[in-house]
Design a protein around this ligand. Structure first.
Ligand SMILES: *[C@@H]1O[C@H](CO)[C@@H](O)[C@H](O)[C@H]1NC(C)=O
Ligand SMILES: *[C@@H]1O[C@H](CO)[C@@H](O)[C@H](O)[C@H]1NC(C)=O
Ligand SMILES: *[C@@H]1O[C@H](CO)[C@@H](O)[C@H](O)[C@H]1NC(C)=O
Ligand SMILES: *[C@@H]1O[C@H](CO)[C@@H](O)[C@H](O)[C@H]1NC(C)=O
Ligand SMILES: *[C@@H]1O[C@H](CO)[C@@H](O)[C@H](O)[C@H]1NC(C)=O
Ligand SMILES: *[C@@H]1O[C@H](CO)[C@@H](O)[C@H](O)[C@H]1NC(C)=O
Ligand SMILES: *[C@@H]1O[C@H](CO)[C@@H](O)[C@H](O)[C@H]1NC(C)=O
Ligand SMILES: *[C@@H]1O[C@H](CO)[C@@H](O)[C@H](O)[C@H]1NC(C)=O
Ligand SMILES: *[C@@H]1O[C@H](CO)[C@@H](O)[C@H](O)[C@H]1NC(C)=O
Ligand SMILES: *[C@@H]1O[C@H](CO)[C@@H](O)[C@H](O)[C@H]1NC(C)=O
Ligand SMILES: *[C@@H]1O[C@H](CO)[C@@H](O)[C@H](O)[C@H]1NC(C)=O
Length: 521
């Protein structure tokens, strides 16, 4: 299986994924996709994550170095460059590498000098969970950067399912002094031919700068000023706009004339010039017109972020959801009455949201009477429109409830085995989490329940955390109607970005974020 099998046979792989592979790490594919949708869509107001705000405006910098605003750095350019340096170590022949966050282990390599890798990984760390790997975050970072820098917001499709590497890749990153032949061989191994390589380089170099601090033979020291401490020299005169200016300035000999990797004092450092002239400027000329540039770069960036190890199967594309449920949770009263609660989100542009939303639950094949939620609890904004939220909470006809339905959406519900978020707690000073759950007594007797926390955990050699399982023994502490109640606790290495599930006789519950537990963060 090649690195690209996911691209060439998307449909059959998606089907395979749905049946066989939907739970590679015990997390449902739908939960993963909805998490990426959330990070991509919800960026102001309630339920906001703020990921996209890091590259809004395109010139913004959210790095962690001192004197951040005076460094001459730009997060959008860093995010695109991180993806580029991560993917290019992939090798189709071995099926290894590609977009897998191995770049975090490769910070000390030639070509990876500077702040861009650690800045990016550090910023994205809070959104690394069992639902979304660092490499999925890096992929989304490219999409967000292009969208916020004046490129497409819908042309590069987000997909989820990348698996982070646990060490450095064997392939190398081309550096300015790398020969044309070796540069092309490296890209060829990752699946990009000469013309792809030239265009992808120009696309990436539409944003940002080369810095004197890491490239003193390329950028003149005179670029270092009190408001440009790292001495950044732009690739083109619009470093915070994703456009074809870099190509036109190169071809016309105007402005930045293609940037420092075209004009470097040492011929050996002129890696972009070597690439651009290697096909007599044919590729750069073919993308000098703005719409051709956008189309080509959209296509190549999609291929870049979808270049993944052969073991990875990517999801179908994720599109903003008009209707979705957020923070779904079940609860149980002392009498054994089960309730379902959460928020229903509507994403809208021109069609104003309705005053009320109705929902039903399906139990033993029968739909409940429609329940109505008429009071909203907050709103937000996004690239794709405004959001508005209706809280809801209703009792279920349990056991036997299988789905929650509203508008055209149905969510699976498992009321035979479920975590009780509103009876579970997180102590964020001690990192102790108390997990409570309920299981149908008829299936719980004679079986043990185990709790699982998926915890992002520090690892040596990279800022990226690895998701490791903390398992805990759950003991029964009582009954409520048809259900037996279980409790367990564990102290974990951090109290944020954790996902929980319980297992009973090998069967898993639906997962929830411990963020929705009492005290959760
Ligand atoms: C973590 O637990 C889940 C659920 O049991 C399992 O599917 C997954 O393989 C585990 N992951 C690791 C790394 O042990
Ligand atoms: C890719 O892997 C193949 C097979 O191991 C190897 O022969 C080739 O040199 C690698 N290519 C690069 C650019 O590392
Ligand atoms: C930097 O620019 C100055 C002024 O143009 C020039 O004199 C100097 O030689 C340049 N330094 C390098 C290393 O190119
Ligand atoms: C470059 O030249 C072309 C053709 O004359 C022109 O359309 C374009 O605007 C120029 N671009 C720049 C950045 O000067
Ligand atoms: C490519 O374009 C550059 C910049 O306009 C020019 O200097 C060079 O002569 C061109 N090379 C070829 C082979 O067309
Ligand atoms: C129950 O509601 C769902 C979702 O609205 C619908 O698809 C289904 O046909 C309904 N079932 C019955 C038995 O009415
Ligand atoms: C929420 O709605 C109110 C009232 O329409 C509006 O003033 C506010 O700007 C909205 N907030 C967001 C984040 O969209
Ligand atoms: C939903 O309402 C029930 C009472 O019907 C209550 O026991 C439960 O705690 C509520 N759920 C949440 C999350 O507040
Ligand atoms: C967290 O644990 C500490 C130490 O046991 C305790 O003092 C504190 O009250 C706990 N916080 C909460 C919110 O329970
Ligand atoms: C980046 O982070 C890694 C892992 O924590 C660390 O070893 C390295 O020194 C950092 N590099 C820079 C340039 O900050
Ligand atoms: C639930 O409890 C009722 C009353 O005790 C009992 O009749 C019913 O069989 C139980 N259902 C299940 C699925 O255990």
């Amino acid at each position: 299986m090649s690195l690209y099998s996911c691209l060439f046979s998307l449909t059959s792989f998606s089907i395979l994924f749905g049946i066989v592979n939907a739970q590679t790490n015990g997390i449902s594919l739908r939960d993963k996709m909805e998490e990426m949708e959330h990070i991509w869509v919800d960026n102001a107001g309630i339920n906001s994550d703020g990921f996209v705000n890091a590259v809004t405006p395109c010139s913004n910098y959210v790095g962690f170095a001192s004197d951040a605003t005076d460094r001459g750095e730009q997060s959008s350019a860093q995010w695109v460059r991180v993806a580029f340096h991560d993917f290019v170590t992939g090798n189709l022949s071995t099926g290894l590498g590609g977009l897998d966050a191995s770049v975090g282990f490769e910070v000390a390599r030639p070509g990876n000098e500077g702040l861009f890798i650690n800045d990016t990984l550090q910023f994205m760390l809070p959104t690394v969970t069992a639902y979304l790997s660092m490499s999925d975050n890096i992929a989304l970072g490219v999409i967000a950067s292009v969208a916020e820098c004046g490129g497409t917001s819908t042309g590069i499709l987000p997909k989820v399912g990348r698996i982070d590497a646990d060490g450095a890749a064997s392939g190398l990153v081309p550096v300015p002094a790398t020969s044309l032949e070796n540069t092309l061989a490296q890209f060829e191994a990752a699946g990009f031919d000469q013309s792809d390589t030239i265009a992808l380089t120009a696309c990436g170099h539409s944003l940002g700068r080369v810095h004197y601090s890491n490239n003193p033979t390329i950028v003149n020291e005179s670029y270092v000023t009190s408001t440009n401490l790292d001495g950044g020299e732009e690739f083109d005169s619009t470093p915070a706009v994703f456009d074809s200016t870099v190509v036109n300035e190169y071809l016309n000999g105007t402005g930045q004339r293609g940037g420092p990797l075209v004009t470097a004092p040492l011929v050996a450092d002129r890696s972009d010039l070597r690439l651009y002239v290697s096909d007599d400027n044919a590729t750069v000329e073919s993308i000098s017109e703005e719409s051709a540039f956008q189309t080509k770069c959209t296509n190549l960036f999609q291929r870049m972020i979808d270049t993944v190890p052969a073991a990875v199967t990517l999801s179908d594309p994720i599109t903003p959801m008009t209707w979705k449920a957020v923070d779904l949770m079940l609860d149980i009263s002392t009498a054994g009455v089960v309730s379902i609660s959460g928020l229903i989100r509507n994403l809208y542009t021109t069609t104003a949201p309705p005053d009320t939303v109705s929902y039903t639950t399906t139990s033993s094949g029968t739909n409940s009477t429609a329940q109505t939620s008429s009071t909203t609890s907050g709103n937000g904004t996004s690239i794709f429109g405004s959001t508005i939220y209706w809280p809801f909470n209703n009792t279920l006809n349990s056991p036997g409830t299988t789905s929650l339905n509203f508008e055209t959406i149905t969510y699976p519900v498992d009321d035979t085995l479920f975590i009780l978020p509103s009876q579970s707690t997180v102590n964020s000073s001690t990192n102790e989490i108390v997990l409570r759950a309920a299981a149908l007594t008829s299936s719980a007797s004679g079986t043990t329940m185990t709790g699982v926390f998926y915890v992002p955990t520090s690892q040596t050699g990279t800022i990226t955390k690895k998701i490791t399982n903390t398992t805990l023994e759950m003991s029964s502490y009582g009954t409520a109607g048809n259900y037996t109640l279980f409790e367990g606790s564990a102290t974990v290495s951090q109290s944020t970005s954790i996902v929980a599930k319980v297992l009973l006789g090998g069967v898993g519950s639906q997962t929830v974020k411990t963020k929705i537990f009492v005290g959760g963060v």
